[in-house]
Design a protein around this ligand. Structure first.
Ligand SMILES: Nc1nc2c(ncn2[C@@H]2O[C@H](COP(=O)(O)OP(=O)(O)O)[C@@H](O)[C@H]2O)c(=O)[nH]1
Ligand SMILES: [Mg+2]
Length: 358
């Protein structure tokens, strides 16, 4: 199969070479192309990409506007990418890149999936946007329960990529800015889900990469408007027929990897969240999470612009993350996965409940 890869990076001099080598081994094709889409503040990342020996041909794009999505979209419009039957996109901050993982993703698209995406366990305190909002909302609306919809390591088919580029071109300007940032992952996944099957490649090792918590506001404000905008047109899927058994015995299988959160680190995270949220404590008597998330989805369906609904949801979300971190620190692995599965089912039910009826 004629495949290609895009490697987005911003200041990843220590990891770019190993990711490039692993991606090259997975492609295993001298006719393939690897495009480096870099927006680093210093030349080392581009230098180390250029110095990594590859079988595939390479192209380096540098000096483009900053933003993960802007660079991926710029790369995707290059002919070497646009003509590939499958395009691998890999995060370059990965500390344990494995050719077998990238190869497995390529194989699934080769076998007919519109997208294949990595499903690794995440540490319980990470992946907040995925666990509390992106996964349950996407599952409720599209019927695809993708455990890590914002994984960053994926393969997209040529048809799905072309569809995503068309959607990106037609976005209103505030959403277009989201697509240029971390909104790109939701844009690709939701467009691919409309084109064909989405395959999840299940992995046993947690993702090892740079810490995400410092980007929490950027990821939220760039990904959530896109999630709300692109899920709004769908008709929500009924919950599986035997709902009692689904909720009681076979909940959505969340995987949360254990790790000890130092008290000082937890304290610092909570302080950050409080600083990010206007008037903490003001929402005491409000609808508990995940109902505000379903409200946001209903609001967008009724005509509220997605960026406005996302801004309104933000204090509820930061409060949810705060509650999750404080209650999660004392919980067992089993309790954590059960809490997430229960919220997943509640969000699904609330999305199915007509707005105002709840
Ligand atoms: N080209 C480019 N890549 C970026 C930018 N921001 C992040 N990335 C890359 O996108 C990938 C995912 O970003 P990261 O911050 O690790 O996201 P997270 O893992 O979801 O927290 C990494 O490979 C980053 O180097 C950017 O502004 N431009
Ligand atoms: Mg990362």
């Amino acid at each position: 199969m004629n495949a290609a890869a895009i490697l987005p990076s911003r200041n990843e001099p220590y990891t770019i070479a190993a990711v490039t080598t692993a991606v090259d081994a997975a492609l295993n094709d001298a006719r393939a192309f690897i495009v480096h889409a870099d927006s680093s503040d210093a030349p080392q990342t581009a230098e180390r990409f250029a110095a990594a020996p590859t079988q595939a041909r390479t192209r380096a794009l540098t000096g483009l506007a900053r933003g993960k999505g802007a660079q991926i979209l710029a790369a995707a419009r290059h002919p070497e990418i646009a003509t590939a039957e499958a395009v691998l996109i890999a995060d370059t901050d990965t500390r344990n890149p494995a050719p077998a993982v990238y190869r497995a993703l390529l194989n699934r698209v080769q076998a007919g999936a519109a997208m294949a995406i990595a499903d690794y366990p995440r540490h319980w305190d990470e992946a907040n946007l995925t666990n509390h909002l992106a996964r349950p909302l996407i599952a409720a609306v599209t019927g695809n329960d993708v455990p890590q919809p914002l994984a960053g390591d994926l393969v997209i088919s040529r048809t799905a990529l072309a569809a995503a580029l068309r959607v990106a071109t037609d976005l209103p300007s505030e959403l277009s800015a989201c697509a240029d940032g971390y909104g790109i992952d939701a844009l690709f996944l939701l467009t691919a889900a409309a084109c064909g099957p989405v395959a999840c490649v299940r992995l046993d090792q947690p993702k090892q990469h740079a810490v995400s918590f410092p980007h929490l506001p950027a990821i939220y404000h760039q990904a959530v408007p896109m999630l709300l905008h692109l899920t709004a047109g769908w008709t929500p899927q009924p919950t599986p027929a035997n709902r009692t058994s689904w909720m009681g015995r076979c909940p959505a299988p969340y995987r949360t990897a254990d790790r000890e959160l130092e008290p000082a680190r937890l304290e610092a995270m909570l302080t950050t969240l409080d600083r990010l949220t206007p008037h903490p404590g003001r929402y005491d008597d409000e609808r508990p999470w995940p109902l505000p998330a379903a409200d946001a989805w209903h609001a967008v369906n009724s005509g509220t612009p997605a960026p406005d609904a996302a801004r309104r949801l933000w204090p509820h979300y930061t409060r949810r993350v705060r509650d999750w971190l404080t209650s999660g620190q004392h919980a067992t692995t089993r309790q954590r996965t059960q809490m997430l599965a229960a919220a997943h089912a509640r969000l699904h039910a609330a999305v199915l409940t007509p707005s105002g009826a709840s």
